[in-house]
Structure formats: structure tokens, C-alpha cells
Ligand binder design. Structure first.
Ligand code: DC
Length: 226
């Protein structure tokens, strides 16, 4: 089989990982894999069952009842199937963001999702975004980028996004939620959010989308043929 290339994009919530990875995947003809959507699907499933994301025993008891599948439509958009049901839209709420962050700390959850992520990368050129892609999921990725921005900038971007969708949001509240997720995602015992040793850090606080894309293409182009 021909060599497949893997680009790992890690970083905290709201750093712009999915926006940038999606745009680059389109340009390069790569598969974009949003791994946060996997944890969100688990969180949504447990929520429907009334299992608290902090309840380790409950999560362990029901995780085997869940079948998570990633599918792509003709436009290349990723869809999440939860036991056959498309929940792509349902998992994108602030409530599920927080629950996904808590649920992702359970070893049984991370284990259940690990092979699936590696399998996609075995068969396709991928740009995969998450928290532990460069450190755990694809430690041999050809390119690793750690995308970050100050918590204030990330909160402001999230507010703008919510406002554009007509959802009223309060900067202070969004900032608090981002800081809480940063804490949870960096302090869990298994596969915490951290920069891989061979990762390139890109702070996007003072860059616009085009600036970030250009910087990322430069980093990628130094490692793999574009
Ligand atoms: O990227 P996101 O905001 O959709 O991710 C939701 C949560 O899932 C995030 O707060 C932590 C968890 N997550 C993870 O632990 N590992 C990943 N590779 C991706 C997400």
C-alpha cells in the first residue's frame, strides 16, 4: 500500500483547530478527522441514559452498549453515528462540550475510541485534530502542530461564533467554561492535553484565519510534499 501521511493538530478548546484543519484537508485532499466528536458522541449517549460523566462505574457499565461510527458524506463532511443514529448536530452544544471533557478522562472511554482513530489514519492521508493525537494516537505522525491562543482570545472567538448563530452568549461565562475545560483536559491522568516533544507550537492569538493557514502550510510543507 502507498504511504499515507498524517498531520496531527492538538491544542486547547477554541484554538481554531477544526476550522484550520478542515480548510487544509480540503486544500490538500486529506481526510479531516475531528476526534472531539467521538468523545462528544459518548457524552451524548451517556447523557441520554442519565449517566453522569463523572460516574466511572456507570460509564464503564454502558460503554459496550454504544457503537460509534465515523462516516463521511459526498462533500467530505464528517458525520457521527451513535448506534446507527446520526447525532452530528446534537453533540455540538456547550453542555455536551463540558460533559465530553469530563467523560474523556475515563480510561475505558479512551481505550474504546483509540483503534478507530488509528484505523482511519492507516487507510487515508489524514489531518486529525484533538488533544492527544501527536502524543498518543499517532505518535509517528509526519507533522505535529500544537495550535493555541490565549484563553481570552479563544473565548472571544467562541462568543462571536455563537452570536453569529443568533445564540446570545456572555463573554465572562464562555471564558469560565473554556478555562474549566483547559484545566480538565490538561490535568487528567490518561493522555492529557500536552505538547508532543516534536510538535511545532503555533500561537494564533494575533493571526487571522489566512495568517494561520499560511503558517500551518509552511510547517507542513517542510515535512511532507504538498
Ligand atoms: O475538540 P472538542 O472541543 O470537540 O473536544 C471535546 C472534548 O473531548 C475535549 O474537551 C476533551 C475531549 N477530547 C479528548 O480528550 N481527546 C481528543 N483527542 C479530543 C477531544
Amino acid at each position: 500500500m502507498a504511504k499515507t501521511y498524517a498531520i496531527a493538530i492538538d491544542g486547547p478548546a477554541g484554538a481554531g483547530k477544526s476550522t484550520m484543519a478542515k480548510a487544509l484537508a480540503k486544500e490538500l485532499g486529506y481526510h479531516y478527522v475531528d476526534t472531539g466528536a467521538l468523545y462528544r458522541t459518548v457524552a451524548y449517549f451517556m447523557d441520554l441514559l442519565g449517566v453522569s460523566p463523572k460516574d466511572a462505574d456507570g460509564v464503564e457499565r454502558y460503554i459496550d452498549e454504544l457503537n460509534v461510527v465515523i462516516e463521511y458524506d459526498e462533500e467530505g463532511k464528517q458525520h457521527m453515528l451513535m448506534n446507527g443514529m446520526d447525532v452530528t448536530g446534537e453533540i455540538r452544544t456547550q453542555d455536551i462540550s463540558q460533559k465530553a471533557s469530563l467523560i474523556s478522562a475515563h480510561p475505558v472511554v479512551r481505550e474504546a475510541l483509540l483503534d478507530m482513530q488509528r484505523e482511519v489514519a492507516r487507510n487515508h492521508n489524514v489531518i486529525m485534530d484533538g488533544r492527544d493525537i501527536g502524543t498518543v494516537v499517532l505518535p509517528k505522525a509526519d507533522v505535529k502542530i500544537f495550535l493555541t491562543a490565549s484563553a481570552e482570545v479563544r473565548a472571544q472567538r467562541r462568543c462571536d461564533e455563537l452570536n453569529a448563530k443568533g445564540q446570545k452568549s456572555q463573554f465572562e461565562q464562555v471564558l469560565k467554561e473554556i478555562q474549566q475545560r483547559d484545566y480538565q483536559d490538561t490535568h487528567r491522568e490518561i493522555a492529557p492535553l500536552k505538547m508532543a516533544r516534536d510538535s511545532v507550537k503555533l500561537d494564533t492569538s494575533d493571526l487571522d484565519i489566512d495568517g494561520v493557514i499560511a503558517a500551518m502550510k509552511k510547517i507542513i510543507g517542510e515535512k511532507i510534499p504538498l
